[in-house]
Design a binder for this molecule. Structure first.
Ligand code: FE2
Ligand code: FE2
Length: 185
């Protein structure tokens, strides 16, 4: 089948932005599925709590597949840190789950706060440059999902976790670092 030609030739800086968005979101969504995979290795997915985690995990799977498709379609090189983020995500999921339900949800709250903000910034930039409306739509939709996950975490008393502030700060810092590296490399 012939490959469909893209209609508009992008400016180099716009092409770079789109590549960065796809590379970092691809890594992030894989990381997210790994976090939940780790948590579901600890929590029984047939319990009320496990089902909540599973529901978020299933949405992350959709996000992940979307960026799996986009990375191929737009011919973007995945981040070189990809295997590391996958291991780190899984470890973070297992680690927080071992600390308990509230800590597991605190992980979601911290991650989604960063990711929600991150998607928002991407959406703003795409809107400003008036490029790739399809990607803009995706980013906006996923942002809504992430904010729902965030709220689910808060509803589960994530903020009542012992050592919440430190845990949250550490996880957020990890996310910022992962984003910074994965955009470029
Ligand atoms: Fe996601
Ligand atoms: Fe999420």
């Amino acid at each position: 089948m012939p490959i469909k030609k893209k209609t508009k030739k992008l400016e180099p800086q716009d092409k770079k932005l789109i590549e960065e968005i796809i590379r970092v979101d691809h890594a992030g969504e894989h990381g997210a599925t790994q976090i939940y995979r780790g948590q579901l290795a600890i929590f029984n997915e047939n319990t009320e709590f496990g089902k909540e985690i599973k529901e978020m995990a299933e949405q992350e799977e959709i996000h992940k597949s979307t960026f799996d498709e986009l990375i191929v379609k737009e011919d973007v090189k995945p981040t070189i840190m990809f295997p590391i983020w996958n291991i780190a995500g899984y470890a973070l999921g297992v680690g927080t789950a071992l600390l308990g339900k509230k800590a597991a949800m605190a992980c979601t709250v911290a991650v989604e706060e960063v990711i929600g903000q991150h998607y928002e910034e991407q959406a703003e930039e795409l809107k400003k440059r008036k490029i790739n409306p399809q990607l803009l739509k995706t980013v906006k939709k996923f942002r809504e999902d992430e904010l729902e996950h965030h709220d689910t975490g808060v509803e589960h008393q994530a903020e009542m976790t012992t050592g919440y502030i430190l845990l949250s700060k550490t996880i957020k810092q990890l996310c910022y670092t992962a984003i910074k590296i994965s955009k470029k490399y």
